[in-house]
Structure formats: structure tokens, C-alpha cells
Design a binder for this molecule. Structure first.
Ligand SMILES: [Zn+2]
Length: 180
């Protein structure tokens, strides 16, 4: 009974973890936010929250294992650049406000995690290298556009010809810092 329950929790975590992505479809976060369909726009705030809450936990558990998600590429790509993630999430939130979606619970959790990180002096400033290097940034954007088109070819019809180079054959995206 206990084992079965534990297994199902792990399964759920794995499923969520596999789908975590902070979509960037444009060099400007405001344009990214505007481009996203309702489901994915709402999801970005939740995923940003989960990334910040993960960064806020120690990298290793007390028994020496990696804290779940800590090495997930979506966490790795923002770790050390939490203020950049916050500006991304601020644009997502602004678009949610504009469209009249509920954002309060996830936003409060995001600000809470940022406050705790600030207290620990753990907020990295500046943009991550995958944003600073515009060639890499444009490639990340292209793989995200291509993925969104695969998920919803109607909403993202304008990106039918987007491809970009994925990081490795196992991935559908170019994950910065993911070396095959
Ligand atoms: Zn990869």
C-alpha cells in the first residue's frame, strides 16, 4: 500500500518534470507572453514558481540524493539568474492580468520564493548566457516555436516552418547547458 502510493507520487512528479518548460518565442518577454495560448500562458507562471521553489531548496537531500528537479534543464537554464526569470515571469503575469486570468496564488508563491532567496543572498543578476548570446537565444526560440506548433498547429500556425537545432537526439528543444 505504502509502496504503491509512493510509486504513484514519483510517477506524477516525473510526468510534470518532463513537461516543464519556460517557453520563449521572442527576444522580448512581452511578445512571448502575448503569443502564448491560454493553457500555456497560465502554465508558465506555475512552472516559474516550481523552478524558483526548487532553486530555493538545497541541491542535495539529507541522505545525499539530488533534490527532485534540481538538475532538470529548465531549472539549470535559470539557476544563478533568478532576477532574469522574475522579469520573464513579470511579463507572463502582466499578460495574464491583461486577459483577466487568475494569477494571484502562483505570483504570491513566486514573490515568496524570491524573498527567501534574497534573504539567503542567492539571487543571481543579469541574463543567462543563452540569452546574452543572441545566436543561441534565437535557436532556443526557434525550437520552442517549433514545439508549440507541434502542440497546437492552429494557434501557432505562423511557426509552421520553424525548426532550430535541438541539443541532442533525446530532446525536442535546445536546452542550454544540456550536453549530450
Ligand atoms: Zn538534450
Amino acid at each position: 500500500m505504502t509502496l504503491g502510493r509512493k510509486a504513484s507520487i514519483i510517477e506524477v512528479t516525473a510526468t510534470i518534470g518532463d513537461s516543464v518548460q519556460t517557453f520563449v518565442t521572442d527576444r522580448h518577454h512581452h511578445n512571448t507572453a502575448q503569443s502564448l495560448d491560454q493553457k500555456r500562458l497560465v502554465k508558465q507562471l506555475l512552472e516559474g514558481r516550481q523552478i524558483l521553489e526548487t532553486i530555493n531548496k538545497p541541491e542535495y537531500t539529507e541522505d545525499g540524493r539530488v533534490t527532485p528537479w534540481h538538475h532538470h534543464p529548465a531549472v539549470v537554464m535559470w539557476k544563478g539568474h533568478e532576477s532574469a526569470l522574475l522579469s520573464y515571469l513579470t511579463a507572463i503575469k502582466a499578460e495574464m492580468v491583461h486577459r483577466g486570468y487568475k494569477y494571484e496564488a502562483n505570483w504570491d508563491a513566486i514573490l515568496g520564493a524570491m524573498t527567501e532567496l534574497a534573504d539567503k543572498d542567492m539571487i543571481g543578476a543579469g541574463n543567462p548566457s543563452w540569452i546574452v548570446n543572441t545566436d543561441v537565444y534565437d535557436n532556443v526560440i526557434a525550437t520552442h516555436r517549433a514545439s508549440l506548433y507541434r502542440k497546437d498547429s492552429e494557434h501557432y500556425a505562423e511557426w509552421c516552418d520553424e525548426h532550430g537545432d535541438v541539443c541532442c537526439t533525446a530532446c525536442n528543444y535546445y536546452w542550454p547547458g544540456h550536453v549530450a
